[in-house]
Design a protein. Structure first.
Length: 503
């Protein structure tokens, strides 16, 4: 009798395994952290063997802790840090270099070259992305051009390259299965998101042979099985972390949106089966889609400094002991007293895209104190999210002319979503209902749901919605006029920080 689904959540700093039961309740969790390497300024690496070993340890520990027999697990779903690239030798399984992590900026020069050569529009149309070192494509080119022996291995059919999902599945299945899913592929800058295939034009621009890349499959189907503690368990779901969270929050229709408040914020809005390009600086990417369904899409935007601004107040300014204290201090004042904090520490992302902007605090008076600053920092997280939401709604109005598909409810998860005041601010500034995920592990739940659907553990999306439960809701409590005034003040502060950077 199959009673459980196991999600493997391979994140940037740790690998976790989470066992869910049929009601999508968490039965057991295990987590193993692994090291990061920073060999040069702006470079970020991980050891592929660390990733696999820690993921495998988390998997077995989670099963052991739960007291469940591996026979009772219906399937495994995988969600992973996106864009990170791993390259290995087919015959030995030996990685030929460290994993190049999504944050790594080493391919900035390759990106500038692509821009100069005028490939920007082609890349945007095919992949929905902007040229940036963040995505996997230029990282793969870097490996082929710079790692000793890589090109020769590629020429002899001995090189395999993939994102973390691909690596984990290849390892788990003992080299039998070499696949990725459409969500991970859509973040490589090599995949035509309209067809769901590797794009020959892009492969040729970057000099990447198709033979080194995995097959692109849906996010929910049986890819293969692996032997685990005496049982053969199907691997049946794959999705990049943000798309998994969207699925885990049951955002299945156009206009359904989720925001994850972590170090940064990731806002994704479902656009149904329409892969529309943004007129407002957002990315178009693929939503987790089950086998046999037409592909579905999302608009994505990210705030670089989200919860990190609270960590900054804690670590650099010692204003608080713990991130959660921010709520207590911010609640000691009714408002920020006219103070705005713009945490543009490394520029501003969507929808502004100003890499030169730097952070600022404006509106200070002799009466401004620590509580005002902390409150302004929390507000800044909500204002930045509102700016992205506003851009998304503008795009949605264009994509669905005549139909109202704008976001009316924002589902939220991530570490900082525990902060009630922040969620109330979000609801006030955006004028929408903000709903906290009932499941504290939305990302892992998404991977579990995808795997569960593929093996018939859960029937359909409707059943998933009935499982998800209702999280706490926050409704707007300020007038439209107050909201407009506050947003006006925020936009003046953003202008101020950009003007400062211009000089
Ligand atoms: P990540 O997965 O990106 O590492 P988490 O989802 O664990 O991040 O969230 C951690 C971030 O959220 C930290 O930057 C922290 O400062 C912030 N954070 C955590 N709890 C709170 C809170 N209660 N209020 C405000 N910020 C918080």
């Amino acid at each position: 009798m199959k009673k459980y689904i196991l999600a493997l959540d391979e994140g940037t700093t740790s690998a976790r395994a989470i066992l869910f039961d049929k009601e999508s309740r968490i039965v057991a969790v295990a987590q193993h952290e692994f090291p990061q390497f920073y060999p040069h300024a702006g470079w970020v690496e991980q050891d592929p063997m660390d990733i696999y070993a820690n993921q495998y340890a988390a998997l077995t520990e989670c099963i052991a802790k739960s007291g469940v027999s591996a026979e009772e697990i219906a399937a495994v779903g995988i969600t992973n840090q996106r864009e990170t690239v791993i390259a290995w030798e087919r015959s030995t399984g030996r990685p030929i270099c460290r994993a190049i992590v999504w944050q790594c900026r080493r391919t900035a020069a390759i990106c500038e070259e692509l821009e100069r050569a005028g490939h920007g529009e082609y890349i945007r149309e095919r992949t929905g992305l902007r040229i940036d070192p963040y995505f996997s494509g230029t990282k793969i080119k870097w490996i082929l051009d710079n790692v000793e022996g890589a090109a020769a291995l590629a020429a002899s059919g001995e090189l395999m390259v993939g994102t973390v999902d691909t690596w984990l599945i290849w390892k788990l299945t003992d080299g039998k299965v070499f696949v990725t899913d459409c969500t991970n592929a859509s973040r490589t800058m090599l995949c035509n998101i309209h067809t769901g295939e590797w794009d020959d034009g892009l492969l040729s621009i970057l000099g990447i042979p198709r033979s080194i890349l995995p097959e692109i499959r849906s996010s929910s189907e049986v890819y293969g099985t692996f032997e685990c503690m005496g049982a053969n368990i199907p691997i049946a779901g794959i999705a990049g972390d943000q798309q998994a969270a969207l699925f885990g929050q049951c955002c299945f229709e156009a206009g359904d949106a989720k925001n994850t408040y972590g170090t940064g914020c990731f806002l994704l809005t479902h656009t149904g089966e329409r892969a529309a390009l943004s007129d407002h600086g957002l990315l178009t990417t693929v939503a987790a889609t089950e086998a046999g369904r037409p592909m579905e899409y999302v608009l994505e935007g990210s705030v670089f400094v989200g919860g990190a601004v609270i960590r900054w107040l804690r670590d650099e300014w010692k204003m608080i002991h713990e991130a959660k204290d921010s709520e207590y201090f911010a609640n000691k004042v009714l408002d920020t007293g006219g103070v705005y904090l713009v945490p543009a520490f490394s520029g501003l992302g969507a929808p502004i895209w100003d890499m030169h902007a730097r952070g600022t605090i404006v509106g200070l008076t002799a009466g401004s104190n620590k509580n005002h600053i902390i409150r302004a920092a929390l507000e800044a997280i909500a204002y930045q999210t509102e700016d992205m939401l506003c851009a998304m709604n503008a795009d949605l109005r264009g994509i669905y002319e005549g139909e109202d598909k704008t976001v009316s409810c924002l589902r939220v998860d991530g570490g900082a979503s525990a902060n009630d005041l922040l969620l109330q601010m979000q609801s006030d500034f955006s004028g929408v209902t903000v709903k906290r995920s009932a499941n504290s592990e939305a990302t892992a739940a998404g991977a579990a749901y995808l795997a569960g659907l593929a093996v018939g553990f859960w029937r359909d999306r409707e059943e998933l919605k009935s499982l998800a439960g209702e999280g706490e809701s926050f409704l707007p409590q300020i007038s439209k006029l107050t909201r407009a005034e506050k947003l006006k003040g925020w936009h003046r502060a953003v202008r101020a920080c950009r003007t400062f950077a211009e000089e």
